[in-house]
Write a protein that binds this ligand. Sequence first.
Ligand code: ATP
Ligand code: MG
Length: 422
Amino acid sequence: MMFKVPRGTKDLLPEETKSWQAVESLIRETCRLYRYEEIRTPIFEQTELFTRSVGDTTDIVQKEMYTFEDRGGRSVTLRPEGTAPVVRAFVEHKLFGLPNQPVKLYYMGPMFRYERQQAGRYRQFVQFGVEAIGSASPAIDAEVIALAMDVYQRAGLENLKLVINSLGDKETREAHREALIRHFEPSIGEFCSDCQKRLEKNPLRILDCKVDRDHPLMKTAPSLTDYLNEESAQYFNEVKAALESLGIAYEVDPNLVRGLDYYNHTAFEIMSTAKGFGAITTLCGGGRYNGLSEEIGGPEAPGIGFAMSIERLLMALEAEGVKLGNEDSPDAFIVALDDRSRREAVRLLGELRAAGVTADMDYLGRKMKAQMKAADRIGARSVIVIGEDELEKGSASVKNMAEGTQELVPFGEIAKTVKQIS
Ligand code: ATP
Ligand code: MG
């Protein structure tokens, strides 16, 4: 029987982990600049955390969660997203009591959603996200958006589009909700069964429906923008002004509503406009979630964050032809010609590595020519040859591969010589 990687997941072989690691370091470095610190929460949580916070009319809760009963009869769920766990940890560990507010956190790790497999959509994927909790200043909304844009730009992407919208506050949402119900109710029979359920529970979700997106009533639906009260409109204006002062271009899309229930005020998405990026163009989504902390039993703690998957970031890099994480060729490769030389090679290899030299040797007992070929293939900058003659002299021949020169070097000085060549 042959086993295969589960549907919707993938193995990352060394060829790919190189670019993953490059992206991961760039993300950590950017977070350090903006002073966001890493938080790591468990891979699974109590199911109710997600049904309460993400919302039971959302795609995630309705059809995408990996939920199961553990042996103790508790319902647990593999985390489908990062915000609810982070806010849960924020509340549980009373981070609202820390002297430094807002609390600025980032996470990076696997998320799980039972989705139909397609390009850019996996059942296990890695999300990087940030959460700034404890401030209701529009300036921090702009900071969070800037951080996301910065990650993409530092990675080398050029074809990016930032789209923002305001979902307003509770009052705004309530007025808009009434208008949506009035708009859709007479023809709700023409919509999918999910939308029919959404009409009463959360009509805003209808606008985000992937099945009925081309229904004519979608285009004429009442826009949130027309229902923003003065306070919400003012807030939105300040976010836009802060983006402008950071020199970040954006488009306002009044139809942008995010997939999760807990958003209010600022919502945003970053898309790739690269040719050949495919049907899914969203790289990153985020928004403000004032009220989420209270929803899960915490104190008032307004927050904003975003999440992006590394998979889609790498897809965008590929579409733009950007390569990250160059080959790292070793400083040295040891070619040993007989058993005694091989024993010396083992010792020397230990010494080189202790001195910080990246080095390798032949482990297949190959002939000299094949060993030289192996050294060449991995791009070794120097090749150290040990044979009977060399052993006699307590030295090895060190070959500078770039220049084609060669010299006899006493064993004690090989590390130094190789470092000079690299
Ligand atoms: P979509 O509309 O594409 O389903 P979403 O609203 O479900 O997106 P979010 O929950 O906001 O997405 O997740 C934020 C980001 O995580 C997305 O913009 C995308 O980059 C990434 N993402 C979401 N689902 C997947 C997945 N199944 N595979 C890979 N990346 C994903
Ligand atoms: Mg989705």
